[in-house]
Design a protein around this ligand. Structure first.
Ligand SMILES: Nc1ncnc2c1ncn2[C@@H]1O[C@H](COP(=O)(O)OP(=O)(O)OP(=O)(O)O)[C@@H](O)[C@H]1O
Ligand SMILES: [Mg+2]
Length: 329
């Protein structure tokens, strides 16, 4: 299951992503955690110290390796140089599974020990000014989009992405890559304005979007969120002393997180799991092709000097049957 946490800066995306990841790990579910936010804090929120986070490999720096692995022997993708962030898989491409060893994880993922067991952590690396344009050939988030477009995942295993609700994810199609998008919102006008913008983009793409209230202090806050977002409000988190202690570098055992926050995490899990029956691999593949053609035309063809529309394999549909198909050599 592919799960995104998005929202306004400072709303609590990283905090709630990390709690959700801890919740899944405590249940011994396979998890790949991905930090794709401008501010790279997921490692720290999962308990790594400064030295440990400073040596995490950046996916953005491994793009050639990622592209070369994923394109495999796909005859429509003749080089890593012509592979852009939206290039879809086809016959001969290599696909990724959540619980496997592969060269992409070897290069980009590091294990993080949590209560319950280890998860894999991947980070895009810090963004620079040039990463934030719309036509980003070297986009660090592009590495994540490529991986999601080549991932065959099933129920009970999770990719959790801590992500910015920025223009990059809308231009590239990244925002359509998830079974469930949790939009973290504080009970403020700014918090819900990001929700409205996201909802607007999401409307035509069948994106499952739920609002998770954070830093909610009382009934008035809940009423405000309910008035503003209606049925899309899934659950709310209050101030957490457990999170505060963690921020001080003294993480208590995860079991000691406040019960109402545990309950909220269970609701997120149920909602994420429930979205499985809405999954539509045909649509998922169609959308990646749609955004690839859009990116090819708007900048990719010019940038690579190739006709990137020719990379589309018209008969290929990504789906779970590929999970049991041997990878191309
Ligand atoms: N429920 C909570 N209880 C206590 N502290 C919280 C809670 N949620 C978030 N915080 C604190 O608020 C601050 C911002 O949270 P966080 O870093 O998760 O937000 P973010 O949306 O990821 O921000 P950014 O946009 O900077 O990445 C952090 O110091 C975090 O510890
Ligand atoms: Mg963050």
């Amino acid at each position: 299951m592919k799960i995104a946490f998005v929202g306004k800066g400072g709303s609590g995306k990283t905090t709630l992503s990390s709690l959700f990841i801890r919740h899944l790990a405590a249940d011994r579910a396979p998890v790949v955690a991905v930090d794709a936010d401008i501010n790279q804090h997921l490692g720290a929120a999962l308990g790594l110290d400064e030295e440990e986070t400073s040596v995490l490999p950046a996916m953005g720096a491994q793009l050639p390796l990622i592209k070369n692995y994923l394109r495999g022997s796909n005859p429509r993708i003749t080089s890593a140089e012509t592979m852009i962030k939206t290039t879809p898989p086809g016959e001969g491409s290599r696909l990724l599974r959540i619980a496997e060893d592969n060269p992409v994880y070897d290069a980009c993922a590091r294990p993080v020990e949590l209560d319950g067991g280890p998860v894999r952590l991947m980070v895009t690396g810090p963004f620079t000014e040039s990463d934030l344009g719309v036509a980003c050939y070297h986009s660090k988030v592009g590495a994540v989009e490529l991986c999601l477009n080549h991932l065959v995942d099933g129920p009970g295993e999770y990719v959790v992405v801590d992500m910015t609700a920025g223009s990059d994810s809308f231009a590239s199609g990244m925002f359509t890559r998830f079974d469930m998008t949790f939009l973290v919102a504080e009970p403020t006008r700014k918090g819900v304005s990001v929700y409205r913008q996201y909802k607007e983009y999401a409307r035509d793409f069948g994106v499952c979007l739920k609002v998770v209230g954070n830093k909610v202090q009382g009934q008035d806050d809940i009423d405000f969120l309910r008035d503003e977002v209606g049925e899309d409000l899934l659950v709310t988190f209050g101030h957490s002393d457990w999170v505060r202690a963690m921020e001080k570098g003294r993480p208590p055992r995860f079991g000691l997180l406040e019960e109402h926050n545990h309950q909220a995490l269970r609701a997120l899990r149920e909602t994420a799991d429930g979205s499985y029956e809405l999954r539509d691999w045909q649509r998922y593949t169609r959308q990646m092709v749609h955004f690839h053609l859009k990116n090819a035309e708007s900048w990719g063809n010019a940038k690579t000097g190739a006709d990137l529309a020719a990379q589309v394999d018209p008969s290929f549909v990504l789906d779970e049957s590929w999970a049991s198909t041997p990878q191309p050599a």
